[in-house]
Design a protein around this ligand. Structure first.
Ligand code: MIC
Ligand code: SF4
Length: 640
């Protein structure tokens, strides 16, 4: 039987397990990336493992999330990451150099290699034919140390592309079309491979927009073939030598095949507050727009910004609209400037922000009260923009700019002929903002610089056979890590300070949660389906751990979050019968018994008053041992 692209890469990186879907496989990881909001923890964890230098082919530390430096906290964290990177053998991408995924795509991604990153949008490099996955910081630390990265062997889905995109219709609209069809749960447990004759019509940055947003489907990752388009992109980046051709075998077998005719796709918008609440822009009616943001790891490539510039040229944005543009990288910004296209953006009245995540993670540019914000980003979860009642729509740069010009949500096709873009054959390469690590023989002399914002990890303890604890919080379906551990300008600076961060845990759902959990000493959280979707932030596990959460019981979990819970030593269990969710109420006194036996058999019992509720939790031996030890750090210390 033939293999899919992903199966070929997995096979060539297999350290343990076999490729039976649903079983655990351990993979050799060639490259890692971290960003600053998750990186401080990842390097603290790497340091705690006592390994002197990374053992990957390439590891890069990016500073792109927390760039506001409103106080010493971010600055201290950046200094810590820079010094740790220098010591441990990691390349350091300075603040201002760009968003990790955009820069990694441009400068470091290699077809056929494996990459894990402490950021859920790491699949962006799947646009280059890389097997690229988001992971918790601890898993990235382990991979930096040469350890395997474990995943559940995914199912294989294929999206077969036919036709060609119409003017003003974009790769973003293709992503939204798939979200419309599959929902934010539709990719869970699967790798999505893109194929068909339509693939050749998409550039690497367009492919990267699509693999980036595969994260919103819950997919393990998404991947494109590596073909002549890939070769041309790598050559234009001066990296032709990194090219290898990659395609699936003609007789490869897929669990699901979805066909999208590119010529039938129309401009789409994900309406508040979920990336799968997708509707055609033309059918939204007259909605006045307060804010427009172009940028983020989804849509900040040179082509996206050239289009933004070309559409704004000689025009001014509507007086009621406030517009920002954040280039994805210094390369994008520099080339836009050299092409003379930056001025058209600035003269239109748009504001230029740093080459960083910026508004996407609530670092500034929050909309006004109840304001309608059109963003070219990938997530519009409740409150993520920094404005609790902000109404965020996710759209393409083309729809965003059209709407900025008219002042209301506008299908760009109504503007007449689309500008024709001529992309350069060569990108201007300047890697001077990526600092190399110290040579191995000088690493011992590098001092790691720490500030007072860096606090110790929360302590975890081994799992007992019985847990008795109150049901401290009951939440519904699709709870995101932004609900569990919000981000934004006020909170992000404390990513290395779990005690401080803990005040905001679940604040979006219940402002009293943190205090109540602390007072309870230990507790259990109950959730609906797809619990923990969204980001890779392990803080969504470490902070509940700090607050005494011992178990989370849900209808189902998102992939990265469940791994983070296990790594933190929090027991993730699911209802054997999803209907039992309704039998539990917040405040119930719960008792989980027979945990030791359950870790082996996969069956657990929950006692809630006089009700007995069967639960399941199928763990591999490795996961069971991690849980038993009270988390991956304890487990690693025991197995040194
Ligand atoms: C996000 O888009 O939510 C983030 C911020 O990039 C996160 C990482 C984090 O929380 O630091 C992600 O996607 O993993
Ligand atoms: Fe940054 Fe937003 Fe991309 Fe997350 S989704 S990496 S916050 S740009």
């Amino acid at each position: 039987m033939g293999l899919t692209i992903a199966q070929k890469i997995i096979q060539s990186h297999l350290l343990s397990g076999d490729m039976t879907p649903g079983s655990e496989v351990g993979l050799r990881i060639d490259q890692t990336l971290t960003q600053d909001a998750t990186g401080t923890m990842a390097y603290l964890e790497f340091e705690a493992m006592g390994i002197p230098r990374v053992r990957t082919q390439r590891s890069v530390a990016y500073i792109d999330h927390n760039t506001l430096q409103c106080g010493f906290e971010n600055a201290d964290d950046h200094r810590f990451i820079q010094s740790a990177a220098e010591k441990f053998g990691v390349w350091f991408s300075r603040p201002g150099n760009g968003i990790c995924h955009q820069v990694h795509l441009e400068r470091f991604g290699v077809p056929g290699k494996t990459l894990i990153g402490s950021d859920s949008h790491t699949p962006t490099c799947g646009g280059l034919g890389m097997l690229a996955m988001g992971a918790g910081g601890l898993d990235v630390a382990v991979a930096m140390g040469g350890g395997a990265y474990y995943i559940t062997m995914p199912k294989m889905y294929k999206v077969e592309l036919t036709g060609r995109l119409q003017p003003y219709v974009t790769a973003k609209d293709v992503s939204l079309e798939l979200l419309r069809r599959l929902s934010v749960k539709g990719g869970v447990g699967a790798i999505i491979e893109w194929g068909g004759e339509g693939v050749a019509t998409l550039s690497v940055p367009q492919r990267a927009t699509i693999t980036n947003m595969g994260t919103e489907l819950g997919a393990t990752t998404s991947i494109f073939p590596s073909d002549e388009v890939t070769r041309a992109f790598l050559e234009a980046q001066g990296r032709g030598a990194d090219y290898v051709a990659l395609s699936s075998d003609a007789d490869a077998v897929y669990d699901k095949v979805i066909t999208i005719d590119l010529s039938q796709v129309v401009p789409l918008a994900a309406c508040p507050h979920s990336p799968d609440n997708v509707k055609p822009v033309a059918e939204l009616g007259h909605i006045a727009v307060d804010q427009v943001c172009v940028g983020s790891c989804t849509n900040s490539s040179l082509a996206d910004l050239m289009m933004t510039s070309a559409m704004l040229k000689g025009k001014t944005i509507a007086p009621s609209v406030s517009m920002s543009v954040s280039p994805g990288s210094r390369q994008v910004l520099r080339m836009l400037t050299d092409l003379g296209m930056l001025s058209d953006i600035l003269l239109s009245g748009a504001r230029l922000l740093e080459c960083a995540c910026g508004p996407c993670i609530g670092m500034g540019f929050s909309p006004s009260s109840g304001g309608v914000s059109l963003r070219t980003f990938n997530r519009n979860f409740l409150g993520r923009s920094g404005t609790a009642d902000g109404q965020v729509y996710l759209v393409s740069p083309e729809t965003a700019v059209a709407s900025a010009l008219t002042g209301h949500i506008t299908d760009p096709r109504t503007l007449g002929q689309a500008p024709e873009l001529h992309l350069p054959d060569h990108y201007t390469v300047d890697d001077s903002a990526v600092l190399p690590p110290a040579p191995a023989d000088r690493a011992a002399d590098v001092e790691i610089l720490r500030g007072p914002n860096i606090k110790a990890f929360p302590e975890s303890r081994p799992l007992e056979d019985t847990i008795s604890a109150p049901l401290i919080l009951k939440v519904g379906d699709n709870i995101t890590t932004d609900h569990i551990m919000p981000a934004g300008a006020k909170i992000l600076p404390y990513r290395s300070n779990i005690p401080h961060l803990s005040q905001y845990c679940f604040a979006v759902c219940d402002e009293t949660f943190s205090q109540r959990a602390k007072a309870a000493g230990q507790s259990i959280v109950v959730g609906g389906s797809n619990y923990g979707q969204g980001s890779s932030r392990e803080h969504a596990a470490l902070v509940p751990l700090y607050l005494g959460v011992r178990a989370v019981i849900a209808k189902s979990f998102a992939r990265i979050h469940v791994a983070n819970l296990i790594n933190a030593g929090i027991l993730p269990l699911t209802f054997a019968d999803a209907a039992d969710y309704d039998r539990l109420s917040q405040g119930d006194a719960l008792t989980l018994t027979g945990i030791d036996a359950g870790l082996e058999s996969g069956s657990f019992t929950l006692q809630a008053g006089d009700q007995t509720i069967p639960l399941t939790g199928h763990f591999t031996q490795r996961q069971a041992a991690i849980l038993k030890a009270g988390g991956l750090l304890n487990y690693t210390a025991q197995h040194k």
